[in-house]
Design a protein around this ligand. Structure first.
Ligand code: ADP
Ligand code: MG
Length: 258
C-alpha cells in the first residue's frame, strides 16, 4: 500500500495560557492520500485551525504524531503551502510578482517563473491584471492571487483555512469553481477548512465533520468525482447524490451547534 501523504494519529492539543490550559482539540486520527482533496467542517472553536497549524508545522502537538510521507513533521516546510483567510499577498508587488514570489525565493530562472505565473494567471482568471497592484483588485481577485502564489511555489500539499470566508457569496462560487479546476489540473493533495457545508462537499473527495470543542472527527463521507476537469455548480446542484450528501452533512453539523 502506498504511504499516506498525511497521517495524524492520537493528535490532541492543549494551549498553555496565563489563565490556565485550554484544550483546543479532542483526540484526532486521520489520513490523507496523495492527490486527495479533504475538507473539514465543524463549529467555531472546535479546533480546526489548531489541527491545520499542527500539520503546517507551526504548532507542536501536545500529544500524538503527524507524519508527512511517513516522516514526522518537525516544522514548516516547502512541501506544505498554506493559504489563510487573511490575505497573504504583498501590497508593493504586482499580481505577477506576487504569484512569482515563492519561485523567486527558491531561485527559479525568469523563464521558469514566467511560465508558471502565466499558467496560474490563466487558471485563476487573472488575465489582464498581471501588472496591477493589490489595492487595484477586488477582494475575490486578491484571494485568487493568494491561492496562485501558494500554488506557484509548487508544494505537494496545500493547507487552506477558510480561504474564501471573507469573499462575497457570488464571487465565492467562482473561486470554488476555479479552485476545483486548478486542483484537477495539478493533482495536489489538499486539506481545506470551511464553515460552509456546501463548499466542503463541492470541493471534496472526502468530507470530515468535527464535533464541538474539544473537537474530534465524528464522521467522514466520500464524495464521488464526476469528471476529470473539476466540478461546476450547475451540475453539482442538479446532482441528487450530491444533495443527499449535503443533507447528511448538514444534519451532522447542526447537531454540533453551540
Ligand atoms: N494560541 C492560542 N492560545 C490559547 N487558546 C487558543 C489559541 N488558539 C486557539 N485557542 C483556543 O483553542 C480552541 C480551538 O481554536 P481553533 O483551532 O482556532 O478553532 P476553529 O478553527 O475550529 O474555530 C478555541 O477554544 C480557541 O479559543
Ligand atoms: Mg479557525
Amino acid at each position: 500500500m502506498a504511504t499516506d501523504k498525511i497521517a495524524v494519529s492520537g493528535f490532541r492539543h492543549v494551549f498553555q495560557t496565563e489563565a490556565g490550559p485550554v484544550q483546543a482539540t479532542g483526540t484526532i486520527d486521520l489520513t490523507i492520500q496523495p492527490g486527495e482533496f479533504v475538507t473539514l467542517v465543524g463549529p467555531s472553536g472546535c479546533g480546526k485551525t489548531t489541527l491545520l497549524k499542527a500539520i503546517a508545522g507551526f504548532i507542536q502537538p501536545s500529544e500524538g504524531t503527524i507524519l508527512c510521507d511517513g516522516k514526522p513533521i518537525k516544522g514548516p516546510g516547502r512541501d506544505r503551502g498554506v493559504v489563510f483567510q487573511e490575505l497573504a499577498i504583498l501590497p508593493w508587488r504586482t499580481v505577477r510578482r506576487n504569484i512569482g514570489h515563492g519561485l523567486e525565493i527558491a531561485g527559479a530562472s525568469k523563464a521558469e517563473r514566467d511560465k508558471t505565473v502565466a499558467r496560474l494567471i490563466d487558471l485563476m482568471s487573472l488575465t489582464g491584471f498581471e501588472d496591477r497592484y493589490p489595492h487595484e483588485l477586488s477582494g475575490g481577485m486578491k484571494q485568487r492571487v493568494a491561492v496562485a502564489r501558494t500554488w506557484a511555489a509548487d508544494p505537494e500539499i496545500i493547507l487552506m483555512d477558510e480561504p474564501f470566508a471573507a469573499v462575497d457569496a457570488m464571487t465565492r462560487l467562482t473561486l470554488q469553481e476555479e479552485l476545483a479546476r486548478l486542483c484537477a489540473a495539478t493533482g495536489k493533495t489538499v486539506f481545506f477548512i470551511t464553515h460552509s457545508v456546501e463548499e466542503a462537499i463541492f470541493l471534496a473527495d472526502r468530507v470530515l465533520v468535527m464535533t464541538r470543542r474539544p473537537g474530534t472527527i465524528k464522521a467522514e463521507l466520500a464524495v464521488p468525482r464526476r469528471n476529470a476537469g473539476g466540478r461546476d455548480w450547475d451540475s453539482f446542484t442538479a446532482d441528487p447524490e450530491m444533495r443527499d450528501i449535503a443533507e447528511k452533512v448538514m444534519h451532522l453539523v447542526h447537531a454540533e451547534r453551540v
